[in-house]
Unconditional design. Structure first.
Length: 409
């Protein structure tokens, strides 16, 4: 009999027969979701026989939800995620400019999924634009609910923006809005609580997984009270809650018995984007704000093969709520053509299995993905790049690639 996941003294308690809600997603979503489900089911069966089992429960969001229910994000979908705690989703359409706001952002904010977790590492054989992609091995903790992604903004010329500009200029004596008659405005909230819980999660992860350093990535030299605050609060948290100490040379460390200390450091965001190309081996766990994290995680993904292979998750470590997701878009131009690479969602499912504590099944997924790529059995995006590099490969369709992964299990 299936049971639901519960939180017990701050830890997930996962039944052997668990219900996992899933959202197919728009565009290529149905294709990659089908592959993901088959791979996960095979890995779980291989790892545990009949002992453990996942029952999939479809929930609706995006275009399919609009067609069936008349709304892009039905309340039933949110209630199902709250009930079952862990879900997985394909990509959802977000229009540029006017229209609905990002459903991804709405899910993150409504469920308070304050960590966007993006591990970035290299799978041998994946085509890469850099010389040594194997040097990239980072885990990005991106703050997920604040910053300019909070969605507090007003359109140019609107009555609302006129009121805000009048308040800023008359009450706050702000004189730096260069073109007040035509400006749109957005608000960038960054709180102590929001910053601390994100950084606390990053430090805890680094300690648990024996990582070398945590880097606070920010633009505090310009945005001194928001991004600068993020940096300041991070160091204060490390000292207050993790007993970090500062060396004579200014290095902040958390001592670990029998192991090297964990270094807490920081880097300005534009310099960090340069450094991950020049010396990626210098960085390990990254904690950063929302917009920075969006840029950083995609830039890192490009070094190891692109967002087509980049997994991701949105997590609240306090409530246990987690949504694992494909990190790429809906790609409507290739939808239904059986050519999309499903690995972003497959590897997100691997993260999900680890989150559930089903590490044996998660390891199997990682192993078959590595073997398929190393053997040159890949979808057309990787095949095209491998052929350019003179590597032998076999181009597979989406379904066929999924079947090959299952056969390796």
């Amino acid at each position: 009999m299936e049971e639901t996941i519960i939180m017990n003294e701050g830890a997930l308690q996962v039944p052997y027969n668990v219900i996992i809600p899933y959202i197919e997603g728009d565009g290529v979503g149905p294709e990659i979701t089908s592959v993901m489900k088959n791979v996960v089911e095979s890995a779980v069966k291989k790892a545990y026989g009949e002992t453990k089992h996942i029952t999939w429960k479809e929930i609706l969001a995006g275009g399919k939800a609009k067609d069936i229910t008349g709304t892009y994000l039905p309340e039933e979908t949110l209630e199902a995620i709250k009930q079952y705690k862990v879900a997985i989703k394909g990509p959802l359409t977000t229009p540029v400019g006017k229209g609905i706001r990002s459903l991804n952002v709405t899910l993150r904010q409504t469920l308070d999924l304050y960590v966007c977790l993006r591990p970035v590492s290299y799978y041998q054989g994946v085509p890469s634009p850099v010389k040594h992609p194997e040097n990239v091995d980072m885990v990005v903790f991106r703050e997920n609910t604040e910053d300019i992604y909070a969605g507090i903004e007003w359109e140019s010329g609107s009555e609302e923006v006129k009121k805000v500009i009048a308040f800023l200029s008359e009450e706050m004596q702000v004189n730096k809005i260069r073109f007040p008659e035509t400006s749109a405005l957005g608000i960038k909230p960054v709180s102590i609580e929001g910053s601390e819980r994100l950084i606390r999660s990053a430090i805890s992860y680094a300690l648990e997984h024996n990582r070398r350093n945590v880097t606070l990535v920010h633009k505090g030299n310009i945005m001194k009270f928001t991004e600068g605050g993020f940096r300041k609060w991070g160091y204060e948290l490390a000292k207050r809650e993790f007993s970090a100490t500062e060396d004579k040379d200014g290095t902040v460390r958390i001592e670990r018995e029998g192991r090297d200390s964990l270094v807490i450091q920081d880097c300005i965001c534009d310099a960090f984007l340069q450094n991950i190309l020049l010396k990626p081996e210098a960085y390990d766990v990254v904690a950063t704000l929302n917009l920075n994290g969006d840029y950083v995680s995609d830039a890192l993904a490009a070094e190891v093969g692109g967002i087509g292979i980049a997994p991701g998750a949105n997590i609240n470590y306090e409530s246990g709520f987690a949504i694992f997701e494909a990190t790429h878009g809906t790609a409507p131009d290739i939808a239904g053509k059986n050519i999309v690479n499903p690995l972003s969602l497959v590897l997100s499912a691997q993260m999900m299995l680890s989150y559930l504590g089903w590490d044996e099944a998660a390891l199997l997924v990682a192993q078959v993905v590595q073997k398929a790529i190393k053997d040159g059995m890949v979808t057309s995006d990787f095949a095209r790049l491998m052929e350019t590099e003179g590597k032998a490969c076999t181009k597979l369709g989406t379904k066929e690639f999924g079947s090959y992964l299952v056969s390796l299990l």
